[in-house]
Design a protein around this ligand. Structure first.
Ligand code: SF4
Length: 351
């Protein structure tokens, strides 16, 4: 199978163009088509010689060959769009475009399926089929740029898959999204968030990245007993390893981690849970995103009342934690991530 042209970093792209016997300025023209003008096909790259386009097509997949749109599903009343795309080997991935007032966030997937098995997540049900190449992740942001007619404002690695279990490709993709045009999409590092369910070695590596990407950690419970019931990853990396790794990250980078915490009625929304969470996170700077459970078929937890959610937030704030309560359309889509893909697989497989 031909690799994606979007998997190449700038030196590799220059080398690929040179290997075709083309002068150096052609590499810049190609980059402009890929990252500044968001072209989907070789044919769209009209200022490249036909022979060069033909030679590129023989060796590489263009953006639309990397990721072909199968279905775009709008969510009523929110403007959110879920895009189901087919990869060159027939596998399916899902990308979500989430509009807010004056910006659009793209939620990208980093794997085909997910092996982490979080209890409230539809994506983990069928396991992980394979990790995405960096070009297949970049292609999701490039596809969003084509749909929007401009580059997206924010990218969150909160779609299907665990980015730190596909570290090299996920970070290569984040760098390509962050690189200035025309070598990348030109999205600010602080507008690119990597979200992990708690893969401790990944947090250590991420601390040494040297770019100002944001880090988000899915916590969801303040004790090992509770977290282990929601997130099997907690058995591999319990809180006694996760929290010191987070603290070391903030000390090394000077950056604040956002902890995601899904509120489940009667399970992790009680005053004692707020106190346990304060004990866990207060020793270092952080912020907490509280998300009332968005019910999914696979998990029988209930959504807490608005009053309970607000009381939990206030208890954290009173204790000195920066906490926000979200009921955004984006989280709604995230909570049901993988549903388009699973529906399609259910209809007869990805091929
Ligand atoms: S929430 Fe994320 S890490 Fe957990 S199973 Fe779903 S995709 Fe995987």
């Amino acid at each position: 199978m031909r690799p994606s042209i979007l998997s190449l970093d700038p030196p590799a792209l220059a080398e690929a163009v040179a290997s075709l016997g083309q002068p150096r300025f052609r590499a810049r023209q190609l980059s402009e088509w890929l990252y500044a003008r968001h072209a989907g096909t070789w044919d769209a790259m009209t200022n490249l010689p036909a022979a060069m386009r033909a030679a590129l097509a023989e060796r590489w997949l263009d953006p639309e060959g990397t990721l072909a749109t199968v279905e775009v599903a709008g969510e009523e009343g929110t403007g959110t769009r879920k895009v189901l795309s087919r990869l060159a080997d027939g596998e399916l991935v899902e990308t979500v475009l989430i509009p807010a007032k004056d910006r659009t966030t793209v939620c990208v997937s980093s794997q085909v399926g997910c092996g982490c098995g979080c209890a409230f997540c539809a994506s983990g049900l069928n396991g992980c089929t394979r990790s995405l190449a960096s070009g297949e992740i970049v292609a999701q942001a490039a596809m969003a740029a084509r749909l929007l007619g401009r580059r997206p404002d924010n990218v969150v690695f909160m779609g299907i898959g665990e980015p730190f279990l596909n570290y090299e490709a996920a970070l290569a993709a984040a760098r390509r999204m962050n690189d200035a045009e025309p070598e990348g999409l030109g999205i600010g590092a602080r507008r690119i968030t990597i979200s992990t369910c708690g893969v401790v070695p990944g947090i250590g590596r991420f601390a040494a990245e040297g770019r100002q990407f944001e880090l988000s950690v899915s916590l969801h419970a303040p004790t090992d007993a509770q977290r282990g019931r929601l997130m099997p990853v907690n058995r591999r990396w319990p809180l006694g390893e996760l929290i010191p790794a987070c603290r070391a990250y903030t000390e090394r980078t000077g950056r604040i981690i956002t902890f995601e915490y899904t509120l489940v009625a009667g399970f992790n929304d009680r005053p004692e849970d707020a106190r346990a969470l304060l004990r866990l996170l207060r020793p270092f700077p952080s912020r907490v995103n509280l998300i009332p459970l968005n019910p999914v078929r696979e998990f029988d937890g209930r959504t807490p009342s608005d009053a309970v959610c607000e009381a939990f937030r206030e208890a954290l704030e009173r204790g000195g934690l920066n906490a926000t309560l979200r009921r955004s359309k984006g989280r709604g889509v995230n909570a049901s991530c993988g549903q388009l893909r699973r529906a399609r697989i259910g209809r007869g497989g990805p091929a």
